[in-house]
Design a binder for this molecule. Sequence first.
Ligand code: XIL
Length: 311
Amino acid sequence: PLRALAEQRGLLIGAAVGGALYDPLEPEYAQILAREFNLVVAENAMKWASLSNERGQYGFAGADALVRFARQHGQRVRGHTLIWHEQLPAWVRNGAFSREAMLAVMQEHIQAVAGHFRGQVAYWDVVNEAVSDRGGLRETPFLRAVGPDYLEHAFRFARAADPQAKLFYNDYGADGINTKSDEIYALLKALKAKGVPIDGVGFQAHLDSTFSPRQARMRENLQRFADLGLEVHITELDVLLRGAGTREERLEAQARVYAEVLEACRAVARCTAVTLWGFTDAYSWRAAAEPLIFDALYRPKPAYHALLRAL
Ligand code: XIL
């Protein structure tokens, strides 16, 4: 299994988990999750809107069940995510807040959630997707109300809520060296220089089978963030089946992308985890493009074998 090899390498291999974990008609789901992975992340269950629609009212049952599963199977937990502009309760998304009011809202939320899971979540995505694809910080309710320093406040609130958890910034489209990753690099470098408690950076790696991690200089990119003293994770890896050729050729191309991403991480000493955004094509946010390493009938695909070989 992947996790046995990963453990020999000192690497975490993770998967995002959805509701199928509790579906009695899908016993393979939990079996494969326990057998193949030593890290889990909730695909949705720890997001703000999944935990709460009303200020101060939280329901942790779904997320708690995943944390329990992880404990039973010797798996670490990534927490995803505390401050993000999507999957927010309407009162946060649409409210008009002063700077002080929004800082209080953020602090309460981070304290409630990271505090609830204190000691059980090894890594938190504290801030997700704060950088815009067009440059600069993304327009979000947090930026609007607080200003650019909302990020540092988020990290400080998270450190206070769970001093043991490693705190991550997470984003997409920044896997190789490009203008967005340059911008994130400058942002995190500045946060570090200010003494903001940030421990790591997550690269989502939502890719497709025509992507070349090597050409995109993914290893060099991971290395430059590692050289800031940050721990590096691949956090949401999936590879859409796309491009020309036969189905077999596309599956091989997909396998190559998975392997190259794993190799890029393995080449960087501070890159400690590769997490896939699911594991079976039966349950994927992009299911039509069959982006994962087991097919919809839970049979391993070429990508699964390529990961085994790359470990
Ligand atoms: C996605 C989930 O996979 C979907 O089930 C949900 O409907 C929307 O969110 N970046 C992230 C993840 O950080 O939280 C997103 O997950 C995918 C993109």
